[in-house]
Design a protein around this ligand. Structure first.
Ligand SMILES: Cc1cc2nc3c(=O)[nH]c(=O)nc-3n(C[C@H](O)[C@H](O)[C@H](O)COP(=O)(O)OP(=O)(O)OC[C@H]3O[C@@H](n4cnc5c(N)ncnc54)[C@H](O)[C@@H]3O)c2cc1C
Length: 455
């Protein structure tokens, strides 16, 4: 069987790429997914009246990509913006939850940092820009601000987004917008003033955006994509791709039972899987294997209202490494999206492991639950046990954009081009957010189409 495009991997990256290829007029597409369902990390479990996300709980509306896709799929009536309470976020400091200040005045009044650390902001504009080709997040923040800033604001944010460590991730690859502030404007404060002035000119746009999901969870996006694609392209689940070869001008893709041929091949799998499938191409396979992954476990806890001494009243909290606790943070899901729990109930999700404590992911589900509940008890006071719990493990959950990631990805994409018609599109390369996976699908679909036109 011969196809114009074959996509391996039916997570949000592979599915949105198939969508945009079809929109650009490409037909004869086959998408193969190993698991028994599509969606990859996006999956919603609805049980006992709770709507529980096994992975992501939404996307920020400050980039247009997920919103545009929802519009194209005709599901905007299901969009579910987070409640106004979600603007309140907390950091654990000395065992207590401290609200993250959102205005300069609140920041200077807040106990989140010492006065000395706060004053480091005033010095920041006078620190010259460094001529570095890459740097860890920790080194960048330490150089431009101070250690306390790193420990209490940046380290927890890195854990919250990447389940990663600030001393391992590349600022250039993991937080390109922050890296650019120094490169373009000479510093963070100078850059932010510049951007704020521009924003005033071009109209309002919240810097962080509003976290948005769908009424029945992120699964709605996957279901709508599959419903759109199912009569337009070939979609096959429970089909594990075992091997890939180049044969003449086309790619041969082997599963247990079949061999498919395609002019263009897109690997929308995790990088380690792409590395395994391309083991014949030693240099390329080796580069792909250098993109490490961090584990993450999610323990969802459902309580009756009044079961906690500290009632959730915001987005949730993040835990800095220096606090030496066994969790990365906790999302108060039913505060953020009230329909996630029935009336009179609460739903929260505790995040554990990360590259900070990878060994935690080896715990059994029972041990993970016990760790989560003990930590929530210590931080929020549990008066009555939860009435339902769920544990989801992602042993290789989130790719880690370590030093040299940008150059590694450039080299991987270039080698794919040189081999002819080999493309890579997943969260392993250009961004881990849903907006990144969908936004880069638009770009990658154009490249694939151009390749097909040239051949
Ligand atoms: C716990 C958690 C919370 C998160 N929270 C957020 C959030 O709130 N907001 C946000 O924007 N992002 C969040 N993310 C990140 C986001 O979920 C991911 O970056 C995104 O879903 C990745 O999509 P993907 O399609 O690139 O990869 P995946 O979802 O990993 O999909 C890859 C697919 O390839 C398939 N596959 C692998 N090997 C083969 C093979 N040999 N043959 C066929 N198929 C194969 C897999 O089965 C899988 O379905 C979170 C991630 C996690 C783990």
């Amino acid at each position: 069987m011969a196809y114009d495009v074959l996509i391996v991997g039916g997570g949000i990256s592979g599915l949105s790429l198939a969508f945009y290829l079809y929109q650009r007029g490409v037909r004869n597409i086959l998408l193969l997914e190993k698991a028994s369902r599509f969606g990859g990390k996006l999956h919603t479990v609805i049980e006992k009246g709770y709507i529980v996300e096994t992975g992501p709980n939404g996307f920020l509306d400050n980039k247009p990509y997920t919103l545009q896709l929802a519009e194209a799929l005709n599901i905007t009536s299901s969009l579910y913006p987070s409640s106004s309470q979600a603007a309140k976020r907390f950091i654990l400091k000395n065992g207590k939850l401290i609200e993250i200040p959102t205005s300069p005045l609140a920041f200077f009044k807040s106990p989140i940092l010492s006065l000395k650390a706060k004053l480091s902001i005033l010095k920041e504009p006078f620190i010259p820009a460094a001529e570095l080709s890459d740097e860890t997040v920790a080194s960048f923040v330490y150089r431009r601000l101070c250690k306390e800033f790193l420990d209490y604001l940046i380290d927890p944010m890195v854990a919250g987004i990447y389940a990663g460590r600030a001393d391992q991730l590349s600022i250039k690859a993991a937080f390109p917008a922050i890296w650019q502030l120094e490169k373009r404007y000479g510093g963070l404060i100078k850059g932010m003033i510049h951007l704020m002035k521009n924003r005033k000119r071009s109209g309002p746009a919240g810097p962080g955006g509003t976290l948005t999901s769908f009424t029945k969870g992120v699964q709605e996006l996957i279901d709508a994509l599959c419903a759109y694609l199912e009569d337009k392209i070939e979609l096959r689940k429970a089909t594990d791709v075992k091997e890939i070869n180049k044969s003449g001008k086309s790619w041969e893709i082997h599963t247990e039972k079949e061999t498919y041929k395609a002019k263009a091949l897109v690997l929308s799998t995790p990088a380690y899987e792409a590395s395994r499938l391309l083991s014949k191409y030693k240099e390329l396979s080796n580069l792909l294997s250098k993109i490490p992954y961090g584990p993450i476990a999610v323990v969802a806890l459902a309580f009756k209202e009044g079961s906690l001494a500290r009632t959730p009243d915001g987005f949730g909290f993040l835990v800095p490494s220096v606090e030496k606790r066994k969790i990365l943070g906790c999302l108060w899901d039913s505060c953020v999206f009230p329909n996630r729990a029935p009336e009179g109930k609460l739903l929260m999700r505790v995040m554990l492991c990360g590259t900070r404590q990878p060994e935690v992911c080896h715990l059994t589900e029972e041990e993970l639950f016990q760790t989560a509940i003990d930590e929530i008890d210590a931080i929020m006071g549990v008066k009555q046990p939860p009435e339902a719990t769920w544990v989801f493990k992602h042993p290789r959950g989130i790719p880690q954009y370590t030093l040299g990631h940008t150059e590694r990805v450039e080299a991987i994409f270039k080698m794919g081009k040189e081999l002819g018609g080999l493309f890579f599109h997943s969260n392993a390369y250009m961004g881990v957010g849903l907006n990144d996976c969908i936004g880069y699908a638009i770009e990658r679909s154009q490249e694939v189409k151009e390749f097909l036109q040239e051949t």
